[in-house]
Design a protein around this ligand. Structure first.
Ligand code: UTP
Length: 295
């Protein structure tokens, strides 16, 4: 079956980025001049997704406004800023975008469950609202190609440093093809000694609809939240699960340092900013060196 729909969970509280997230969604933080969530919607569209549902919550209205038309702004830009006008108009016609509210941020599993009636009985993609992947072939597209072959749930993974395992859902797995693993165990945020490997799920999934029953049977886990990883473990008892080691650089823009790294990476790809940025960083590093010279 073809994957046509995607869920973008974007209802989290963003506590790692307070106070910036007190009244504004981290998913709207600009990476250079484009909100993080727009990169994610564009990735989904470039991967062949037709319908997207964004799971929102309190303080997330800016997300809906961003993907809506802004007639007053368009009228103003029409006068003499035709390039910007095109860029602004394009946003509101990227895809069919729908919204559902997660009334309380009860975890990623719960957020995905909020989109159940929209998804129905077909496989779907999940792209986390604060995870951006920079790659030649869109990350989800790479996974779609693997899905076509395997027709089973696929988790987007990459190896991470051992010291980081306690931040992610970690998979135990065995090789099953080029960059593909068969998943044999799953643990949410394990300690270093509990972790079955250092292979982490990084914000991209293609999931069978059977997950919804599994989420119903998932009891709240780490932090009192209904974890998607725990529901995936139940799914693994019923169906095969695979992991795909995607090609690309992934940035967690819900984390301060991840956000700064993504900003620099994307700025370096922009012809209008790159040279000044390199010049600025060089100057900074030189000053830093001069300041650290022992007297
Ligand atoms: P995160 O764990 O990164 O988001 O979830 P968070 O809970 O906002 O983060 P912190 O730890 O408080 O800073 C990954 C994605 O899942 C969404 C988030 O908005 C984010 O895009 N999410 C998370 C939900 O939609 N609902 C939830 O209950 C939790």
């Amino acid at each position: 079956m073809k994957v046509r729909k995607a869920i973008i969970p974007a209802a989290g509280m963003g506590t790692r980025f307070l106070p910036a997230t007190k009244a504004q969604p981290k998913e709207m933080f600009p990476i250079v001049d484009k909100p993080a969530i727009q990169y994610i919607v564009e990735e989904a569209v470039a991967s062949g997704i037709e319908d997207i549902i964004i799971v929102t919550g309190r303080n997330k209205k800016a997300i809906e406004d961003h993907f809506d038309r802004s007639i007053e702004l368009e009228e103003t830009l029409k006068k003499n800023k035709s390039q910007l006008l095109e860029a602004v108009k394009k946003i509101s016609s990227l895809a069919n975008i729908y919204y559902v509210r997660q009334k309380e941020p009860l975890g990623l599993g719960h957020a995905v469950y909020c989109a159940r009636s929209f998804i129905g009985d077909e496989p779907f993609a999940v792209l986390l609202g604060d995870d951006i992947v920079c790659s030649d072939v869109p990350c989800l597209k790479q996974m779609m190609e693997v899905y076509e072959e395997l027709q089973a749930t696929i988790l987007g993974v990459q190896k991470i440093p051992d010291t980081e395992v306690s931040k992610y859902g970690i998979v135990g797995c065995e090789p099953a093809g080029d960059r593909i693993y068969k998943v044999t165990s799953l643990v949410e945020k394990p300690t270093k000694s509990q972790a079955p490997s250092n292979i982490a799920i990084l914000g991209r999934y293609i999931i069978s609809p059977a997950i919804f029953e599994c989420i119903e049977n998932t009891t709240p886990g780490k932090g009192g939240e209904i974890q998607l990883t725990d529901a995936l473990r139940l799914l693994m008892e019923r169906e095969k699960l695979y992991a795909y080691d995607f090609i690309g650089e992934r940035y967690d823009v819900g984390d301060r340092f991840g956000f700064i790294k993504a900003t620099i990476e994307f700025a370096l790809k922009r012809d209008d900013i790159k040279d000044s940025l390199i010049q600025y960083i060089k100057e900074k590093l030189n000053n830093e060196k001069l300041n650290n010279v022992p007297c």
